[in-house]
Design a protein around this ligand. Structure first.
Ligand code: HEC
Ligand code: HEC
Ligand code: HEC
Ligand code: HEC
Ligand code: HEC
Ligand code: HEC
Ligand code: HEC
Length: 259
């Protein structure tokens, strides 16, 4: 196992008396407090290997999962795994997998928030996927058990946009007039977790478009975008609401994505 985090300086400190007796994890990814993983009354940590006998398929592919890279220093390092998201498993195992003996993060994102604290804030913004209401799950867009957590990232085969298009079919082409921006990624313009802007847009005005479209101001007061003077257009509203580029995801009739 490799303890080298890719983006964040991540360090786990385990302070345990007996084997997983008291477990405190401190992720120094951002500025985060110490937390305890999900609790299940009376249950103890059993270790990832113990899940193997009944969930062989999940265990079998877990080795290349993003969260399998997490490592704690010390004796129990190998045990960091399944139970960091599912909570201690001893009661679940003894009962042969009885209902209600283990945490399933599909039903609640709380277990994810314990480490990804800032995501609770993002999903609480005015325009967000309804994860807090239980209508969309983190697992609809992320792979917890195998490969890259972010679909379309790393060596994952699924194109990043596919994970959005399975629910948002009307943004799927082919369009007669495509907007090349969509070849890149839906997340160039949308933050799928949530934003303060309508439609989860990353910016509320033309800044969104000027990430890619160059704007040039001339001495005569023209505002050139794409070779046309936009000086009077930009006063009417946003690029996509002013009656100009409303078919922002692609159009069947207008090369300038008007309808
Ligand atoms: C003795 C067999 C057995 C072992 C060992 C076992 N499980 Fe299970 N588990 C089951 C059964 C049976 C179910 C219910 C049917 C299913 O979903 O596969 C289940 C269901 C689950 C669920 C879904 C629960 C829900 O409410 O949706 C999770 C999560 C889970 N197990 C995690 C684990 C983890 C983590 C471990 C290791 C700590 C583990 N299991 C070890 C038998 C086992
Ligand atoms: C990053 C957190 C995370 C880790 C680590 C993790 N799981 Fe899960 N697990 C989830 C989520 C989220 C779901 C719900 C997935 C869904 O419904 O699509 C889930 C669902 C399950 C289920 C229910 C059946 C299913 O496929 O939906 C089982 C069983 C399970 N996990 C076992 C395991 C085992 C065994 C391990 C370790 C090898 C493990 N999990 C590691 C997050 C995690
Ligand atoms: C015990 C703490 C912990 C829990 C619980 C946890 N994560 Fe993570 N997660 C991490 C750490 C640490 C990383 C960084 C790993 C790395 O970069 O190698 C990470 C990485 C990720 C990434 C990839 C970030 C990137 O930049 O590639 C995603 C997405 C993610 N987690 C989502 C989830 C979801 C969804 C859940 C709940 C089902 C969850 N995590 C539960 C600690 C946790
Ligand atoms: C609607 C789809 C969707 C849902 C639901 C979703 N995510 Fe994400 N998430 C993404 C995408 C796409 C990315 C890649 C971001 C990018 O390309 O800018 C990402 C990136 C991340 C990252 C790494 C980069 C960052 O923003 O920090 C983490 C951590 C993460 N998600 C955690 C979560 C957690 C936790 C949940 C559930 C509470 C969740 N996500 C639910 C789509 C989603
Ligand atoms: C599991 C299904 C699902 C997936 C996957 C999904 N979404 Fe959504 N999306 C929804 C739901 C449900 C809503 C809320 C619709 C509502 O409130 O009427 C929504 C709303 C939106 C909205 C705002 C729509 C509005 O009218 O305000 C945008 C933008 C969006 N999603 C983009 C994305 C992107 C980008 C991705 C991929 C990263 C994605 N979605 C993945 C189900 C999904
Ligand atoms: C070039 C920026 C851009 C890209 C890339 C983009 N969108 Fe959008 N999207 C927008 C804008 C702008 C709106 C607001 C349109 C409006 O209010 O009329 C929007 C609105 C939406 C909505 C709300 C419904 C609607 O049509 O108003 C959904 C759902 C959506 N986008 C999904 C996606 C998906 C899925 C992808 C990737 C396949 C994607 N978007 C890529 C800019 C973009
Ligand atoms: C990720 C980069 C990117 C973003 C963001 C982006 N575009 Fe584009 N757009 C392109 C590319 C590339 C083309 C095709 C080359 C060209 O015509 O400049 C294009 C083409 C267009 C065209 C067609 C031009 C023509 O007449 O052929 C329009 C209109 C357009 N974009 C409007 C917008 C609007 C409005 C926004 C903001 C909501 C936006 N774009 C955001 C990359 C982007």
């Amino acid at each position: 196992m490799n303890s080298q985090p890719r983006r964040h300086a991540t360090r786990w400190i385990f302070a345990g008396t007996a084997l997983w007796g008291v477990l405190l994890v401190s992720c120094v990814m951002v500025d985060r407090p110490t937390f305890a993983p999900p609790k299940i009354a009376g249950a103890k940590f059993a270790g990832t290997n113990e899940c193997q006998q009944c969930h062989a398929q999940i265990n079998g592919s877990f080795h290349d999962a993003t969260h399998a890279r997490l490592m704690a220093p010390g004796e129990n390092a190998k045990n960091v795994g399944c139970e960091s998201c599912h909570g201690p498993g001893s009661t679940h195992i003894q009962s042969g997998g009885a209902f209600g003996t283990i945490v399933n993060p599909r039903l609640s994102p709380e277990t994810c928030f314990e480490c990804h604290l800032e995501k609770r804030g993002e999903f609480s913004l005015p325009h967000a996927h309804p994860v807090m209401a239980g209508k969309v799950s983190c697992a609809d867009c992320h792979n917890p058990h195998r490969g890259e957590m972010i679909k379309g990232g790393g060596t994952a085969l699924e194109a990043a946009n596919e994970s959005c298009l399975k629910c948002h079919n009307s943004q799927r082409g082919p369009f007669v007039f495509e907007h090349e921006a969509l070849r890149e990624n839906c997340t160039t313009c949308h933050n799928p977790h949530g934003t303060v802007n309508d439609k989860m847009l990353r910016a509320r005005n033309q800044t969104l478009c000027l990430q890619c479209h160059y704007q040039q101001q001339t001495v005569t007061g023209q505002l050139l975008v794409g070779g046309r003077d936009h000086a009077s257009f930009v006063q009417r509203g946003t690029c996509w609401t002013a009656g100009c580029h409303e078919a922002i995801h692609g159009s069947h009739v207008s090369s300038s994505l008007r309808f």
